[in-house]
Design a protein around this ligand. Structure first.
Ligand code: ATP
Ligand code: MG
Length: 403
């Protein structure tokens, strides 16, 4: 099917139907009702309803126009983009990864046969696809990220891969300290890097098996997350507990556990230090993030301590770390706001021009993030993200406001 549509909001589409060869004209509504259900397996009434309440939205950008799934719909994941270029390309959303709290029972229940254990990297999720020859990077929600779209091809040579596999989507994590979404230090990465964890088919979202993925990444010399081991279900829990303990001691996040054939959805399991890191972040901005983060991190700690069967001394250390991860950052922020009045987070990014940094800030605003550029020098921009509720509430309380 060929598509040709106006630059901005399309009143009409011109189709060249690949099966009948006829050209015809459709409105966007008509497209959603008549054509979209043939492309993705969702009933037209549900699609139209989603479109009417903006869960399915027309997305206009300088890269391409698309229909964006703001929420999941049937089997179609949130973040799915139906991209209109010469042809229609469907880039499915990256599926949610469920978490296990108790490895020993959960793995046995969930998986079947041998499992692969990969390192879970702490950065932000990116899907990279070639759309009509253009290499484009999408964030989790389906937004095209200008920064990632520029940086990914600089970090890896993607041309040959996409020339030969234009039907595949690269799913990976952008990591490093100069990462304007999630800044995290990895000794092997430093400023900015990319690690691939899945190769998935456009349209169906079917992932390649672990073996196929590894061999393709090797062939094109593309960077993969670390495969930490392949285990039988029997030996997996004790080995994973050991691995995650060691990862934690190196301040690394944890693991993702995968079916070798990728026919069963993966599970994630994270280190105590990762839970504490997230608590530290949450309690730096307590009135913006604290509540949503707090409960689940503490629950994870409880089950991990139980499964690791810790000594009194080990448990004491875990308790101490947990408490410090809450109280210290909270105190620091109260002190900071008392002095400077604003709770903000400074993000560092590479930008060739001020304009590029401004474009990124506009992109953040589209995502609902309040940010502004506070410095631009030597191709580096410092972007300040303001945490407004934390700022307002702390100012109120330190001035006598009642809780
Ligand atoms: P989710 O909705 O997937 O649970 P989340 O925002 O809660 O997402 P995380 O807790 O970080 O995210 O866990 C899932 C994410 O981990 C994936 O979306 C992916 O970006 C990231 N990730 C890092 N390493 C891997 C890996 N080896 N395999 C799969 N995902 C990985
Ligand atoms: Mg993550």
């Amino acid at each position: 099917m060929n598509v040709n549509m106006g630059k901005n909001f399309p009143k009409t589409f011109f189709f060249n139907c690949s099966s009948c060869g006829n050209n015809y004209e459709l409105t966007l509504d008509e497209f959603i009702v008549k054509e979209l259900p043939k492309i993705i397996d969702v009933d037209h009434n549900r699609l139209l309803e989603a479109y009417n309440n903006s869960n399915l939205k027309f997305y206009h950008s300088k890269y391409l126009n698309a229909l964006q799934f703001r929420k999941s719909l049937g089997k179609v994941e949130e973040g799915t983009m139906v991209c209109f270029d010469n042809e229609i390309h469907v880039i499915r959303g990256f599926p949610k990864i469920r978490r296990t709290l108790m490895l020993s029972k959960a793995l046995e229940k969930h998986f079947n046969g041998e499992i692969a254990v990969e390192e879970k990297m702490n950065g932000y999720n990116v899907r990279i696809a070639s759309i009509n020859g253009k290499i484009i990077a999408f964030t989790r929600g389906g937004y095209i990220c200008p920064y990632t779209t520029k940086k990914a091809p600089q970090l890896m040579d993607l041309n040959q891969f996409f020339q030969e596999h234009s039907d595949l989507v690269i799913c990976g994590e952008m990591i490093g300290v100069e990462n304007p979404y999630v800044s995290y230090y990895y000794p092997e990465i430093g400023e900015l890097g990319f690690r691939i964890f899945d190769l998935r088919k456009k349209q169906s979202n079917q992932p390649l098996s672990i073996k196929e993925k590894i061999s393709i990444l090797k062939k094109y010399n593309l960077p993969s997350v670390r495969l930490l081991g392949i285990y039988s279900l029997k030996e997996a829990p004790s080995n994973i507990l050991k691995l995650v303990k060691e990862l934690g001691e190196d301040n690394r996040e944890g693991v993702v556990i995968k079916d070798l054939k990728m026919q069963i959805p993966p599970l994630k399991y994270t280190s105590s230090q990762a839970h504490d890191d997230e608590l530290i972040y949450a309690f730096k901005y307590p009135f913006d993030l604290g509540k949503a983060f707090f409960f689940s991190r503490v629950i994870r700690e409880g089950f991990q301590a139980y499964e690791m069967n810790e000594s009194t001394e080990e448990l004491g250390k875990r308790a101490q770390r947990l408490g410090e991860s809450i109280l210290y950052p909270l105190m620091e922020t109260i002190e900071h706001v008392a002095e400077h009045e604003v709770a903000g987070e400074d993000l560092l990014m590479d930008a060739d021009t001020m304009e590029e940094a401004e474009e990124f800030v506009r992109h953040l605003r589209d995502l609902g993030v309040m940010a502004k550029i506070i410095k631009f020098k030597d191709s580096k921009a410092v972007i300040r993200r303001i945490h407004q509720s934390t700022t307002d509430k702390i100012n109120n309380y330190i001035n006598g406001g009642l809780y």
